[in-house]
Design a protein around this ligand. Structure first.
Ligand code: 5RP
Length: 217
C-alpha cells in the first residue's frame, strides 16, 4: 500500500467516530482532505462542519457541506485531523500545512480528537520533523533568538502567511524529551501565537494505517 492509499484508508476509518446529525471539526492537510472527501459522500447525515483552515473550508464548501463558525457552536463531538509526527502516547507535532493555531483551537473545542496518520508518522521521540511556531511578524527575530537559546535552529517559512496573517518559524534540531513542558515554554514567549506541539492536549484516539490495515492507538 502506498502512502496515499494509507491516508485514504485511515481517513475513511475516522467516519466511524462521527455521530449522525453532528457538526464535525475538520483538520487540514492531505489526510484531512481524504476525510473531507469521505464526509462528502455522507453529507446528508451531517449537520455541518467547523474547518481549521480556509483551504479545508473551501473543500468542504465545494462538497456542499454547511460550514459553521466556531463561535456559533458549543462543544464539537469530534475533531478529525492528521499530524506530522506522533508518539505512541499520542503527543503530536502538527503545522506542516501551517494551520496549527486554528487546528489547536478546534481540537480544544472538541470532545474527542481523532488523529489519522499513516505509519510513517510514528516516532519514538518528537522532533525529527521541524517544529512549526506561528509568530506575530513584528516579533519574528525576537522569538527566533529565544528559540535558538532553547537549542533549536529556527528557519522562516519563506513566502508563507498563515490564515491569521502571521508567519511561521520551523524549528529544527530540538530534542523534545518533554513535549508538554516544551509546548508551554514556547507558548509563553512573547510574540508566539502558538506552536505545533499537541502534548498538553494530545489526540484522544490515534488511528494509524499500516500495511496490515488500520490500527487504533
Ligand atoms: C497541517 C497539519 C497536518 O495535519 C499535517 O501537516 C499532516 O499533513 P498530511 O496529512 O498532509 O501529511 O498539521 O497544519
Amino acid at each position: 500500500m502506498n502512502q496515499d492509499e494509507k491516508k485514504r484508508l485511515v481517513a475513511e476509518a475516522a467516519l466511524d467516530y462521527v455521530p449522525d446529525g453532528c457538526i464535525v471539526g475538520v483538520g487540514t492537510g492531505s489526510t484531512a482532505n481524504f476525510f473531507i472527501d469521505a464526509l462528502g459522500a455522507r453529507r446528508d447525515r451531517l449537520r455541518g462542519a467547523v474547518a481549521s483552515s480556509e483551504a479545508s473550508a473551501a473543500r468542504l464548501r465545494a462538497l456542499g457541506i454547511p460550514l459553521f463558525d466556531l463561535n456559533e457552536v458549543d462543544e464539537l463531538p469530534v475533531y478529525v485531523d492528521g499530524a506530522d509526527e506522533t508518539t505512541r502516547e499520542r503527543a503530536l507535532i502538527k503545522g506542516g500545512g501551517g494551520a496549527l493555531t486554528r487546528e489547536k483551537i478546534v481540537a480544544a473545542a472538541s470532545k474527542t480528537f481523532v488523529c489519522v496518520v499513516d505509519d510513517s508518522k510514528l516516532v519514538a521521540q518528537l522532533g525529527r520533523f521541524p517544529l512549526p511556531v506561528e509568530v506575530i511578524p513584528l516579533a519574528r527575530a525576537l522569538v527566533a533568538r529565544q528559540l535558538t537559546a532553547l537549542g533549536g535552529r529556527p528557519v522562516l517559512r519563506e513566502g508563507f502567511i498563515t490564515d491569521n496573517g502571521n508567519e511561521i518559524l520551523d524549528v529544527h534540531g530540538l530534542a523534545i524529551s518533554a513535549p508538554a513542558d516544551l509546548e508551554t515554554t514556547i507558548n509563553q514567549l512573547t510574540g508566539v501565537v502558538t506552536n505545533g506541539l499537541f502534548a498538553r492536549r494530545p489526540a484522544d484516539v490515534l488511528l494509524m494505517a499500516t500495511d496490515r490495515g488500520v490500527v487504533r492507538g
